[in-house]
Structure formats: C-alpha cells, structure tokens
Design a protein around this ligand. Structure first.
Ligand SMILES: NC(=O)c1ccc[n+]([C@@H]2O[C@H](COP(=O)([O-])OP(=O)(O)OC[C@H]3O[C@@H](n4cnc5c(N)ncnc54)[C@H](OP(=O)(O)O)[C@@H]3O)[C@@H](O)[C@H]2O)c1
Length: 318
C-alpha cells in the first residue's frame, strides 16, 4: 500500500509518502481500494506522538482511520460483500491507516455505503458516526423526550450528535460560538447556547451530556445536569486538563460518567447507514483536500485550529 504518513513523530513537515507491503487478504477480510479518507483530530495527535503510550506503532505509519472505497477482493469466508461494492468503515487504530490507496480490513468492521452519498460524504461518517452511536445509544440509551446536551455542536462529532439525538426524538441543546449559532440550529438543535457571550445560561436540566471538550467547558456545563444523569465523555486527561472541582460536581449530582473510545464495528456502521438512507442524518463536509502530502498538511493544520465546522476529508485523485 502507498499512502501519506510519517517516518518520525512531529509537525506537519513530517508528512511523507509511505510505501509498505499490503497485508495478505485473509478468509474473513476485504481488500478495499480507498477513494476518500476522513480527517480527525486523532490523526494529528498520532502524528505528534501524543498517543505513543496507547498505540506503540512501528514507524513508518500511514495515518487516518476513517474511509470510503470500493471492494476489490473478497476473502473466501465473506458472504455479505462482493467485488465492486461501495463501502465505508473505520479500521482498527492499531494498524496502518486510510490515507492510502488500498487496505485490507476485516469484513465485520465494514458496511455498504449509504445510497446516494459521494465517497467524500461517506468517508466523513465512520469515526464520528460510531463515536456518537456508542456514546448516545450504548452509554446514554437516549429515548424520545430525553434532554440531551452536546458540548461543541458545530464540530465533527457535535454536528452528527445533534442529528442522531434528534432522530431518537430527544430535546437537544448544543454549545457553540456565535458565528456557528445558525449552523447548529439548522442541524436541529432546539436550544443553541453561545459560550462566547458571557458563558452559557439555560433553565434546562439535562438527562444526558456528550462531552467533546473536557476541561473548563465541561466543568461549567455540569451544573446543568439533573441528579443521576449520564455523561459520555470522549476526552481523556491527555486531551484536556481536568479542573480540580470536577470530581465533586460529578459526585454531588450522582452522575454516571463513562469514557468512550470509538470501537470499530460493522453492525454500528449499518445503523449509521440506515440513519442516512432514511434521511434522519446527513454528512457535514466543510473542507475537501486532495490525498497528497500538501493536501494532508492543509487538512491537519486546519483541524489543529479546533475551529472547523463538521468534517474535513481527503479525496484520492484517480
Ligand atoms: N474518545 C474518542 O474515541 C474520540 C473520538 C472522536 C473524537 N475525539 C476527540 O473529541 C474532540 C472533538 O472531536 P471533533 O472531531 O468534534 O473535533 P473538531 O471537529 O475539531 O471540533 C471543532 C469544533 O469545536 C468547537 N469548539 C471549540 N471550542 C468550543 C467550546 N469551548 N465550546 C463549544 N464549541 C467549541 C468549534 O466551534 P467554534 O469555532 O464555534 O468554537 C469547532 O466547530 C477531539 O479532541 C477529538 O480528539 C475522541
């Protein structure tokens, strides 16, 4: 496989063309020709070496763990896919990534692509879709009428979380800066809470919170949770400093708090596919760059600002 990655941890100057042998296709695998790859903050965190302790990669490493493409070869035990199928998936983080021309992926992690989407749109969904499904449905067990609080409604995760929560009939509030207020409302938020106008204020008491920010933003939001509510956080201590008063705030409200680290899962991917095909959610792609070293540099620098809307995608040039 040939793709964009790193030979050494560091800044965007480390992004380079990597050539490594493609894994052999096992009986339960698919060989997929990648057409587009989603870009996520984890990509540049890995590039910088921030995840070395959790993922002791052997370099060189192709980056990216989010993709859409076409099935080129089907392992002998696989019955649910055929050559030529359009698919989308998040591969295992421990392995080589998706900023590549092709890769071998266990079929159980893959789903057919939602009908009617481009490769770029489909590639924007796996990682955020799985994270949101696992946080809202598996941890939050959200139900119609639940009051759901999304921290950072305009980001890659937030823009899908608002839509998924609405598809379950929840009442949704989301935080955002003023410049993204209309955008967040158009995604379906019932309540838009501007964090840049003197702090967030709401009368609502929430049953469930998805925390995508951690730190002070999370601490400030906790006072709006009801007693015995649930929090799914996707932020670890290496992402944001945990304010000292958080433990007490969580304890006073007797909150159930769970950390979610996205799990690759073809079954969950099919739920995402169904939500798109039934027009309950739509991808939100704001920036597309070519899958080249220059394109990856631009994508990483943009993601690193922490100010992008929806998703960034790298498109493979034919
Ligand atoms: N644990 C996991 O498995 C997992 C999975 C996915 C992502 N993550 C992590 O979750 C975080 C979010 O991911 P993402 O893909 O959504 O990131 P992202 O797309 O880069 O988020 C950017 C968005 O955050 C908003 N934002 C920044 N500060 C804010 C604040 N104080 N209040 C409200 N909104 C704010 C920005 O909007 P404004 O410009 O309007 O401020 C921007 O739209 C990242 O740290 C990522 O690494 C973890």
């Amino acid at each position: 496989m040939r793709g964009i990655g790193i030979k050494k941890y560091g800044d965007v100057q480390q992004l380079a063309m990597i050539n490594i042998p493609t894994e052999p296709v096992g009986p339960d695998d698919l060989l997929i020709s990648i057409k587009a790859s989603g870009v996520n903050p984890v990509d540049w965190k890995v590039r910088e070496g921030c995840l070395k302790a959790d993922f002791p990669y052997e370099l060189p490493l192709i980056l990216g763990w989010d993709a859409a493409g076409k099935v080129e070869f089907v392992g002998s035990n696989v019955t649910e896919f055929k050559k030529g199928d359009n698919v989308f998936f998040r591969p295992e983080m421990e392995k080589q990534g998706t900023y590549a021309d092709e890769m071998v992926v266990p079929a159980k992690l893959v789903s057919l692509m939602p009908r009617g989407l481009t490769y770029e749109e489909a590639a924007s969904l796996p990682l955020v879709g799985l994270t949101v499904w696992q946080a809202l449905v598996e941890v939050g067990n959200i139900q119609q009428g639940d009051k759901v609080f999304i921290l950072a409604g305009s980001g890659g995760i937030g823009s899908i979380a608002i839509q998924v929560a609405k598809s379950f009939g929840a009442y949704v509030a989301a935080t955002t800066s003023s410049k993204n207020g209309d955008f967040v409302q158009e995604l379906g938020a019932d309540e838009v809470l501007h964090y840049d106008q003197g702090g967030i204020i709401t009368q609502t008491k929430f049953d469930f919170m998805l925390d995508t920010l951690g730190g002070r933003a999370y601490g400030d939001a906790l006072k709006f949770m009801r007693q015995n509510g649930t929090v799914a956080t996707i932020i670890s201590e290496r992402d944001a400093v945990r304010p000292v008063n958080i433990d007490r705030l969580e304890k006073d409200r007797q909150l159930h708090v769970e950390f979610v680290f996205t799990r690759p899962d073809g079954k969950n991917m099919r739920h995402i596919c169904e939500l798109v095909e039934s027009q309950k959610i739509k991808p939100v792609v704001s920036e597309v760059y070519p899958l080249t070293i220059e394109g990856a540099k631009k994508a990483h620098l943009s993601s690193q600002t922490g100010r992008t809307r929806g998703k960034i995608v790298l498109k493979r040039e034919e």
